[in-house]
Design a binder for this molecule. Structure first.
Ligand SMILES: N[C@@H](CCC(=O)N[C@@H](CS)C(=O)NCC(=O)O)C(=O)O
Length: 255
């Protein structure tokens, strides 16, 4: 059995929603095992994911799932990305220095979750069970709506949240400084830049605070070390954010 405080159960080989949890664990300096990425003979692979999802009396709908093995009250096993991050924030002050902002943080995280779901649906608008190639026409229509209306609306919202906050205290999303929702903002902006480089370039001028936040998060010491390590998986055509050039806007930055 692992001696790490946390076990993360997430599909091996992709960043996906597991990445939001990885970033938080890395920023907190927490000891964790990315279970499915272990060799099979050390308990890795997808079987442990299926087992933890289907534990009678403790079922979870989908990964990521986080197990905390160090609690006085026994094991704690949590699903749903936002719920996991909310839990981690109660244990690691680095992730949310001001506990009175817990619900504001969770609201922002859930708003990002809505956005992430819409980003996923650009390449799978009809069904996750179908290949992209079987829903390409719908994907193009969906992507156009996403990039022209929803990206500006969501990014504009996050930009305004930072702007309001900057007027009082910091250039982060929440409170007087960094919190875990800034990690999520970093990952979402990085995913958009990978999947839709033209649309990203076009929107960047309108959200300078969000772009600056992304850069600041990337240079935080623990995050920079993580991004340079083999623990950070690359973006790919199997994750949430996929780069299909035909789905991107054809034009680049507005000049
Ligand atoms: N709302 C959940 C969504 C979880 C989710 O959709 N997980 C994906 C991988 S990123 C999955 O494996 N889904 C399987 C399914 O929906 O059947 C969260 O934010 O954690």
């Amino acid at each position: 059995m692992s001696t790490a405080a946390y076990e993360l159960f997430y599909w091996p080989g992709i960043q996906g929603r597991g990445e939001f949890v990885r970033l938080a664990l890395e920023e907190a300096g927490a000891s964790y095992v990315d279970v499915a990425r272990l060799p099979k003979d050390q308990g890795g692979g997808v079987d442990p994911i299926r087992r933890i999802l289907e534990t009678a009396g403790g079922r979870h709908f989908a990964p990521p799932v986080l197990a905390y093995r160090g609690g006085a009250a026994g094991d704690l096993v949590i699903g749903q990305t936002a719920c996991i991050l909310d839990f981690l924030a109660t244990r690691h002050a680095e992730l949310l220095p001001d506990p009175s902002l817990r619900h504001a943080a969770l609201e922002l995280q859930l708003t990002f979750a809505d956005f992430i779901g819409e980003a996923h649906d650009t390449h799978h608008p009809i069904s996750s069970a179908l290949y992209y190639e079987d829903q390409k026409a719908e994907a193009k229509r969906r992507s156009d709506g996403f990039l022209r209306a929803r990206v500006p609306r969501f990014l504009g919202h996050f930009e305004a949240v930072i702007r309001d906050n900057a007027a009082s205290s910091s250039s982060s999303l929440l409170g007087a400084g960094f919190s875990y929702v800034d990690l999520t903002a970093f990952q979402v902006m990085s995913g958009l830049a990978y999947a839709f480089p033209n649309a990203y370039a076009r929107n960047s001028d309108d959200v300078p605070l969000l772009v600056a936040l992304k850069e600041r998060v990337a240079s935080r010491p623990r995050i920079a070390a993580y991004l340079a390590s083999s623990r950070r998986l690359p973006f790919s055509q199997h994750g949430l954010f996929r780069h299909y050039p035909e789905l991107d806007l054809s034009e680049g930055p507005r000049r």
